[in-house]
Design a protein around this ligand. Structure first.
Ligand SMILES: [Zn+2]
Length: 234
């Protein structure tokens, strides 16, 4: 159920239940994937999870901080402070409307820390139970390592998943590869961003395969459902 498609009385009848909030980005993903790839994947997972748990799907937040790829046309690098305040407000309003259990499905690395800070604060201030997860690294790790030993950005793994959801939006004739250096600690500098992103992707998108993408999506959904059962959120 999408909250934005419910009438007021229907929403009132539903009562408290688990809510899912997808958060994505508008960011360059190689030359072959749509700019909203992170949004599309997060929204897909949140929709599937909501339907499997009889939960409520909240409207997606489609922008996030994208510093590393801001020089590539199509990237909207939104201030993290703005995202923090916005997510905190949405969580507060969810709680005020009786939705005190929220799962934030994150599709974009630049959002991760911001979402975790907002979730921590909202949980204390509004007595909420909030889960935050990055679909590509927090869950189904064994399956992912087996299917995609070389994770990237718009590379083999993310391209496979996008192809499993919206193949019509990909332009695989333009799929490319970039074996970028990988700093082992957090290293922030404009020259490093340029060195890593000599092209707007990491990994080898040419090896993408929608069947493996589908398997990873299924594993992510199953593991999140297991987690929600384990912590008695469903
Ligand atoms: Zn992405």
């Amino acid at each position: 159920m999408r909250i934005d498609e419910l009438t007021g009385p229907k929403f009132e009848e539903l009562g408290p239940r688990l809510a899912f909030l997808p958060v994505g980005s508008v960011e360059r993903h190689g030359d072959h994937l749509p700019l909203g790839t992170d949004t599309i994947i997060a929204e897909h997972l949140a929709r599937e999870l909501a339907s499997r748990t009889n939960g409520i799907l909240l409207p997606t937040i489609p922008y996030g901080p994208c510093i590393a790829l801001r020089d590539y046309p199509g990237t909207f690098d939104v201030d993290w402070e703005a995202l923090y305040r916005y997510v905190l407000s949405v969580l507060r309003e969810a709680a005020r409307n009786g939705l005190k259990k929220v799962v934030i499905v994150n599709g974009h690395g630049g959002n991760t820390n911001v979402l975790k800070f907002a979730a921590r604060r909202a949980s204390i201030e509004h007595d909420m139970q909030i889960v935050v997860f990055d679909w590509w690294r927090d869950v189904a790790q064994d399956v992912r390592k087996e299917l995609f030993p070389h994770p990237g950005h718009a590379g083999e793994d993310e391209t496979s998943v996008l192809l499993a959801i919206r193949p019509d939006l990909a332009d695989m004739d333009r799929a490319d590869a970039n074996e970028a250096p990988h700093p082992t600690l957090s290293l922030y500098s404009p020259s490093t961003y340029r060195e890593v992103f000599v092209k707007p992707l990491i990994g080898d998108a040419r090896k993408a395969d929608p069947e493996r993408g589908r398997k990873l999506l299924d594993a992510v959904i199953e593991e999140v459902l297991d987690f929600l059962r384990e912590w008695k959120m469903i």
